[in-house]
Design a protein around this ligand. Structure first.
Ligand code: ADE
Ligand code: ZN
Length: 348
């Protein structure tokens, strides 16, 4: 007899729920143990005496205080094998958490600025994605993210450096994103590169409305023509904007534990995830930078279930949203949605 979804323990229910993860920075999955291992392998001296000392520095006050450590941590990534090991470690966590498809952001400028070639970054990440697909059937796409604290010209140079690799990685590199310091770096700064990327046929996402105001969400839609908003939770402050997001079913990739750790919300019980879901917004749950924020995607689901009193039906709706909001072909979406239905009905 299959266990009914209502009697099954919450963590097991969530881990077994087929889902997609759509908001994940691969550099944000770099755990302290791997930072130390790669530092040793690459003969890099770290300003921390131990993994515990490093972890104890993860007491962020806002987005920038996190980004400073996140970019410093990424400096241990040097070789193709480093990027492979990083990505493989994330995919293991994701597989364990019931992730069937991941859309993974990476920040090439963080690496090319240190003299690491674009080819090295792509090769290591993609080899791991392909190996994981062979081993587990999990699928994944890559979203090349531009750093918004850098210039428009730097973004164009980065695109130029990556485009020669496009044919080789066409099956995985399907889109572009925009991340890093939000405040003071509005969407309009990147309107021209988004126009270019759209002409090139890339899928478009951007961070907006994490720390930045609702107008950044509106401008990401109107000036960047994004199909999905990363975070977007501050859109709730503008009722007309929220009505528009709901009417168009524009997906929001929400990252609750990230919002908690970066003081976007002070208590998970105050998070608007449940409110947005109950109003009909296409919200999804994601981990953002799990090595820094204390939990991979399943923990984001379970912590929200406890804090916001989400029912099993609502958790299932969030998993369905993650598939609907993905860039997978319709046929694959249908297959995964059918699996979720079967799971929720206790048939598998
Ligand atoms: N880069 C990695 N994580 C990020 C976040 N939460 N916001 C903006 N840029 C990021
Ligand atoms: Zn993010």
């Amino acid at each position: 007899m299959p266990t009914s979804s209502h009697t099954q323990n919450l963590s097991d229910f969530v881990a077994g729920l087929p889902k997609a993860e759509l908001h994940l920075h691969i550099e944000g999955t770099l755990e302290p143990d791997l930072i130390f291992k790669l530092a040793q392998r690459n003969h890099i001296e770290l300003p921390y005496s131990s993994e515990e000392a490093l972890r104890s520095a993860y007491a962020f006050t806002d987005l920038q205080s996190f980004l400073d450590l996140y970019y410093a941590g990424a400096s241990v990534l040097i070789t193709e094998q480093d990027f492979y090991d990083l990505t493989t470690a994330y995919l293991k966590h994701a597989h364990y958490d019931g992730v069937r498809h991941a859309e993974i952001m990476f920040d090439p400028q963080t690496h090319t600025a240190r003299g690491i070639s674009m080819a090295t970054v792509f090769a290591g990440i993609v080899r791991a994605l392909r190996d994981a697909h062979k081993a587990t059937g999990m699928t994944s796409y890559l979203l090349l993210s531009f750093l918004r604290h850098l210039s428009e010209q730097d973004a164009f140079d980065t695109l130029e450096a990556a485009l020669p690799l496009r044919d080789q990685y066409r099956d995985v590199w399907i889109g572009i994103g925009l991340d890093s310091s939000e405040r003071g770096n509005p969407p309009e700064k990147f309107a021209r590169i988004y126009t270019r990327c759209k002409e090139l046929g890339f899928r478009l996402v951007a961070h907006a409305g994490e720390e930045g105001p609702p107008s950044y969400v509106r401008d990401a839609l109107d000036l960047l023509h994004v199909e999905r908003i990363d975070h977007g939770i501050r859109a709730e402050e503008d009722p007309a904007l929220l009505r528009r997001l709901i009417a168009h079913q524009t997906p929001l990739t929400v990252c609750p534990l990230s919002n908690l750790k970066l003081h976007v919300v002070e208590d998970l019980r105050q998070h608007n995830l449940a409110r947005l879901l109950r109003q009909g917004a296409l919200v999804t749950v994601n981990s953002d930078d799990p090595a820094y924020f204390g939990g991979y995607v399943a923990k984001n689901y379970t912590e929200c279930a406890r804090a916001l009193d989400l029912s099993r039906e609502e958790l299932t709706a969030l998993a369905r949203n993650s598939i609907t909001a993905s860039f997978l072909p319709e046929e694959q979406k249908r297959k995964l949605l059918d699996e979720i239905s079967a799971y929720a009905e206790g048939l598998i």
